[in-house]
Structure formats: C-alpha cells, structure tokens
Design a protein. Structure first.
Length: 390
C-alpha cells in the first residue's frame, strides 16, 4: 500500500504558456503546490491573523534587485490601504513566525518550474512566499499584482472563486478545466471560509481569470448573469476597494464600506481525541542513513497543529530550511512523511513510516522509518531515532 501511495504522489502537472505576463497561483490553502491535492488536506490547521497586524518577513538571497523593488511596491500598496504593516528582518528567532520571501527558480528555468507564485501556510506561521519561473519588474502591473496577490495569501486570504457564495455570481465550467486534481482544487468551494459579510467581487486581485488552469484555453467560468458587470477576463492586477475592505475587516476591525468585496479567510474545525501529543521532537540518525537519504532531516521539529488533529504537521525549527513531518490518515492508521522542498511544484518525500495506533508522534510511535523507494526498488528500513523534548 505504501509503495502504491508513493508512486501516486510522483505525478507531475504541466502548464501551457499563455502570454509573457501571464502568471498563476496554485495555492491549495493553506499548503504549497508541491504536494498532490489528494494527499493534502488542510482542515486541521489554523489560519490565524498576524499579531498586532504586523507581518515579519525575511528576504532570501535568491531575490535580486528587481525582485526586491517589486516587493517594496507591493508592500507599499497594501500598507497605504490598510492598517497592516510589514517588518523586514535580518535574523529570526528559532521559534519566531515570519514569511521567508524567496525565488524557487530563475526566470527562464524551463517547464519544471511553475510560472507564477505560491505561499506555504496562510496567516501567521513560519511560512514562505515563493516566486517561480516569472520575471518580476517593478514597472509592470502584472508583476506587482502577483506579489500583492501572494502577500494577501500570507495575510490569510484564499482565492475568491472558492467562496461558499460564489455560485450566486459565477458558474464554474468543470469540463473546461485541466484534467488534473490540482486544477479542480483551485475551483472547489470552501465551505469553511468566512466572508465577513462582504459581497462577491469578480475583479478582486484574488480572483482567478477565466483561463487559469483551463483545458485548451476554454473558459473555466462565466458570470451567472451575462448582463452583469462581472468581468472574468480583464486583468485584475490592482487592489480593489473590496480587497481593501476585507483586509481592514480582518485586521483593523473596520466595517466594509462598499457592497462589492472579495475573498475569504479560512476557519478550520479542529478535532480532538484527547490524546496528548509530543509538541517538540528531535530526530537522530547515524551518518550512513544521512548519506543514504542525501537530504538533511535530523534535528528538532515543532508541532504546528492542535492536539488531536487527524492530520498533524511538524515543522523543522533548527534553521530556516522547510522540512516537515506530515501525518495522513490511511485506513485506520496514520502514514507519516518527512518532506523537503524539491524542484518544480513537488516536495520531495524523503522518509515514510506507518503508525498503527494513536495520532501523535512519540518515542515509541512510529517504530520504523523507511526511505522513499526509487523506481521499483523496495522500501529500505532506516535507523532513525525520535525523542520527545517536552
């Protein structure tokens, strides 16, 4: 069963190019695009608002001068319209929440790298904002719009077309979507999303255009009322009044001032089994295991989800790498994956284990970790020790 799962998640997804300024954002809230939608459920994570409406961020060295100028303009647009403030950091504390802003690849890197951007987690967290195979230009509205769009994800906002009330305004043409799970997930309604009483806005900077993830560039959605002012094709690279109203409703306690507003934040129901969790764990492994895996994975991890979550998640905290330990239900058990950022739109699954009892990591569960099989090679048992630091 594990081998079948491991083979399944290796599927890659391609995107056709539409025009030089076209970009897409494949965020499956609140997780980044490298994970397959069938193996990524985020209903047990909390997209909380940033404390005091301040978003700390750290710019990676992969961001060049044009990238940084574009980021500065995007931040300025948000700060001028809302009470939200962004604070650049030079160093970060081991347990500090912040957004790491980076390039996943250089422009022109090829089809392996996604054309657009994505974020890791929504809301306050130890997260990231990644720009893929797209050249940022501070004088280009699409470039600035892309970065603003991703920053709003970091604030906790999802794509507008996922709103639970979207069917009153738009109709999704499912047969015209790319034949991928990722494409379908972008248009799936979010019934756990809060709209703050705002109304739907087709020109929100968070709203997809009607060709995003389309099959042979057929329209992916149309207005319910063809005579309405809902324009799903025209560029939406600017913050609309409704975008500003929503941010101010979320972070500033202000009542929306217009009747045309936009995206939503996610409220995720938390399930509890009453089982105590080890919130801080440390992984150890001999040198031969580290050499065999070829990716750093030993060190300290912090539990991000609440105790009792059926899909727990741990984040590496010994540095600014983005390794994770992710638990996923499977036929009454939990499969644990240790992941590391990979190339393109996929994380690399570097270790796997199956836990027969309980929902939490402990010094006794799981008892055996395996490497990720390559091709038809069988799983290899590894000497990995886990200790609880609580």
């Amino acid at each position: 069963m594990l081998i079948i799962l491991l083979a399944f998640i290796q599927a890659t997804i391609g995107q056709e190019s539409i025009d030089p300024d076209h970009w897409e954002c494949p965020v499956i809230e609140p997780l980044p695009p490298p994970r397959d939608p069938n193996h990524r459920s985020a209903h047990d994570l909390t997209a909380k608002l940033w404390t005091d409406s301040v978003v700390p961020y750290l710019i990676d060295d992969s961001f060049n001068s044009k990238d940084r100028e574009t980021l500065a303009i995007a931040i300025q647009k948000i700060e001028e319209a809302t009470c939200v403030r962004f604070k650049e950091l030079s160093v970060v504390d081991k347990f500090e929440n912040f957004v790491k802003i980076r390039r996943h690849c250089d422009p022109g890197s090829g089809d392996w790298c996604f054309v657009g951007g994505w974020v890791d987690f929504l809301g306050e967290s130890r997260s990231s904002l990644s720009i893929g195979n797209y050249r940022l230009d501070p004088s280009s509205p699409p470039s600035v719009g892309l970065v603003v769009h991703e920053l709003l994800h970091n604030l906790g906002m999802v794509h507008t077309q996922k709103r639970p009330d979207r069917n009153d305004t738009i109709k999704v043409l499912w047969d015209n979507l790319e034949k991928t799970n990722l494409a379908k997930a972008q248009y799936k309604e979010c019934f756990q999303c809060k709209t703050y009483g705002t109304q739907y806005d087709c020109m929100s900077i968070m709203h997809y255009r009607d060709y995003f993830f389309s099959f042979r560039r057929r329209k992916t959605m149309v207005p319910v009322d063809p005579n309405s002012d809902c324009d799903l094709n025209r560029d939406n690279n600017e913050l609309t009044r409704s975008d500003k109203d929503l941010i101010n409703a979320m972070y500033c306690g202000l009542t929306p001032t217009t009747t045309t507003t936009t995206t939503t934040t996610t409220i995720r129901p938390l399930k509890s089994t009453g089982e105590p969790c080890c919130t801080n764990i440390k992984l150890y492994a001999p040198d031969w295991v580290k050499d065999h895996i070829g990716e750093p994975f030993t060190g300290t991890y912090l539990l991000l989800t609440q105790e009792g979550s059926t899909e727990p998640r741990y984040r590496y905290v010994d540095g600014d790498r983005f390794q994770e330990i992710v638990g996923e239900p499977l036929q009454g058990t939990i499969v644990w994956w240790i992941t590391a950022p990979g190339r393109g739109r996929r994380d690399e699954y570097i270790l796997v284990a199956r836990q027969m009892r309980g929902l939490c990591l402990s010094e006794k569960q799981p008892q055996q970790w395996y490497d990720q099989p390559k091709g038809r090679r069988r799983l290899k048992a590894l000497d990995v020790e886990m200790r609880c630091l609580d």
